[in-house]
Ligand binder design. Sequence first.
Ligand SMILES: Cc1ncc(COP(=O)(O)O)c(C=O)c1O
Length: 286
Amino acid sequence: MLGEYGDPMRVLAFLDGTLADPDVPHIRVEDLGLMRGDGIFETVLVAGGTPRELRPHLDRLARSASMLDLPEPDDDAWQRATRLVIDNWAGDDEFALKLVYTRGLDAGPTAFAMGIPIEEKVIRARAEGVAAVTLERGIDPGLAERAPWLLLGAKSLSYAVNMAAGREAARRGAGDVIFMATDDSVLEGPTSNVIIARGRTLYTPPATIGILPGTTQAAVFRGAERLGWTTKIEPLAAADLRDNDGLFLASSVRKLTRVHTLDGDRLPDTSEVHAELAKAYEDVYA
Ligand SMILES: Cc1ncc(COP(=O)(O)O)c(C=O)c1O
């Protein structure tokens, strides 16, 4: 089925409740989201017509907006735009829903929701795992609290560094990145949270160190707890990336992806632990 705008693989909705053609320009060149990366976003996984963790995503959108002094997002309008995109989606069963909110122009913010397909390499990594490299991020774990203007932990549109880290990983023959703080503690991936398993306990670093509080990490923890796992939010050291029974990257579109190779070294096979946790995550939505 083709939507009104003919392309089943991308659906664009504005916050006034209208659908728009994704193939024609809508954003003014002076938009501060474009000129300065001054804005925020969310990426929601939609599966079988249901947006996963929509409430936490919208809460985080509001939190990011507050950190950037943007007007408080209109929750009802975002929910409506989300529904509109989902109702008009005619592509694969799973897709990524981007919520984008920029400082816009003098007239006010720019806001839209857009459904797009999930990249093939992300789907492959969910099944096969991924090679990751550790890269310096140049921040210490206390910086986020000392310097809120750095917007550490906001999901801002200024992702050029995150994208550059991905290209550096590719130059090193890897598919993903784990950012490290100046004290060699673990931060997060450029678009994911780090989770490790040890025995029947899961660990992830606290958001207070300047990382994004992950909606998928939280869902994986909920699912694992249902199976009797213990979960802990505490700082992780570089050594923990190797001293474990499973190292994973979690995010809305990649779900729980296993890291099979770290800084060029093949890690022990943790596919069984991964399978159990991946199922625990899916069962949260069953
Ligand atoms: C920097 C960063 N950390 C963590 C995540 C994971 O967040 P979520 O699980 O809510 O998608 C993302 C998502 O894109 C991210 O950009």
